[in-house]
Design a protein around this ligand. Structure first.
Ligand SMILES: [Zn+2]
Length: 64
């Protein structure tokens, strides 16, 4: 029950502007975050190694 976590914060680079994007805890595959620098939406496509890709622009037009 005393497993040591080697990485408290996980960090990667924004594929859009190369700014550092950090996660306060280990991200999950498919998690979407936002670059604090260019505001691009980034999707975690792999967690080991941590890979970020621009999230596809989804138009929130669901029709009615
Ligand atoms: Zn960025």
């Amino acid at each position: 029950m005393s497993q040591t976590t080697t990485t408290a914060a996980v960090q990667s680079a924004c594929p859009e502007c190369d700014a550092s994007v950090s996660f306060s805890r280990a991200p999950l595959n498919g998690q979407v975050t936002r670059c604090s620098d260019c505001r691009a939406e980034l999707e975690v496509t792999s967690v080991s190694p941590l890979t970020l890709e621009l999230a596809p622009e989804v138009e929130e037009d669901w029709g009615e």
